[in-house]
Design a protein. Structure first.
Length: 333
């Protein structure tokens, strides 16, 4: 019977310890005043590198996971037929240039004939006044002069036609050259190759994607906040991101988007509010300069918690002070 008080005291101590541990956990999970918390996942803008024209893939120069700079060659399409078409179009340009030369030579001949016809007409008119030639001769010289003038006009028009043919041929070459340039697929942004969607030798239709590229200059976490919190969040509001995969680090971020319309909370988002409450979609964007330094760490799909200031004068607790891993190349310093 004497053991009963000791048992009771032990139970009370255990319960007290459990409540203390629970209180400590609640304190750790407590959100400081002026801040809101929600969970989400890291996302990056995906860019499809696609062929503008139908054709066969000649070679793909990247692998999944490769980082590429903007303007880097991703793939090349087969251009053998196109190169032949460009050669034919350039030949037409040369032909048109020769046509211009011939038309100009014809114009010189017609101008000389017109000059001669004017001289003969003037001579006939002078002789006619002295009754050395008949009026019909003057009329004949006048007709010859008018014909010569008409041929000069026709020769000038022929030069215009030849120049127009040259311009059309050059435009055709420029158009084909533009198509040829587009047959080399370049990275529109700097980023990481996510998926290689085709293999060399495959024939693609116009607009078909060759690779999927993650734009590592535009990385953000999408979260959902209830009306009360979302209404106090502004563009540019400070935020912090703590990833489940790296809970010891705190990534600074800023609000870059607040949805104008509310929506129901998606099923994959866990929130303390009831699911039938309307929520607002918000994006926390990470500074591109920071991403450039830590691009090797960036992975889309990572989950974590985001904290956002809903009061401008709210103070960040020490646990949410920015803390980043060593920059690549400086780990040993």
């Amino acid at each position: 019977m004497r053991l009963v008080p000791f048992v009771i005291l032990a139970v009370i101590a255990a319960v007290a310890a459990a409540f203390f541990i629970r209180w400590q956990a609640d304190q750790a999970d407590a959100i400081p005043a002026g801040l809101a918390r929600a969970n989400g996942r890291i996302e990056a803008e995906r860019v499809a590198v696609a062929t503008k024209f139908a054709g066969r893939v000649a070679e793909i120069l990247v692998k999944e996971g490769d980082f590429v700079e903007r303007g880097a060659v991703i793939a090349r399409m087969d251009t053998a037929e196109l190169v032949a078409e460009i050669a034919a179009a350039k030949a037409k340009v040369q032909q048109a240039v020769q046509g211009i030369g011939q038309a100009k030579a014809q114009l010189l001949m017609r101008q000389a004939e017109l000059k001669l016809a004017n001289v003969e007409l003037q001579r006939a008119q002078t002789l006619s006044k002295r009754d050395y030639v008949s009026a019909s001769t003057v009329d004949q010289r006048q007709a010859q002069r008018d014909v010569a003038a008409a041929t000069v006009t026709a020769a000038q028009a022929a030069i215009g036609d030849a120049e127009a043919a040259r311009d059309a041929a050059e435009a055709s070459v420029a158009q084909l050259q533009a198509v040829l340039n587009d047959m080399t697929l370049l990275a529109p942004v700097s980023g990481r190759i996510e998926y290689k969607l085709v293999q060399a030798g495959e024939v693609l239709s116009a607009g078909a994607s060759v690779v999927s590229l993650l734009d590592l200059t535009d990385v953000y976490m999408t979260i959902f906040l209830p009306t009360l919190d979302a209404g106090r969040v502004g563009l540019g509001s400070e935020g912090r991101i703590v990833l489940d995969a790296a809970p010891d680090y705190v990534v600074p971020a800023g609000v870059s988007f607040v949805a104008a319309e509310a929506q129901f909370t998606p099923k994959f988002v866990e929130t303390e509010n009831e699911r039938d409450k309307l929520m607002y979609r918000i994006k926390l964007r990470i500074d591109p300069k920071l991403l450039e330094t830590y691009r090797d760490y960036v992975k889309a799909g990572l989950t974590g918690d985001a904290y956002v200031k809903v009061q401008a004068d709210a103070a960040w607790p020490d646990t949410l002070a920015p803390k980043l891993p060593p920059a690549p190349g400086n780990a040993a310093q």
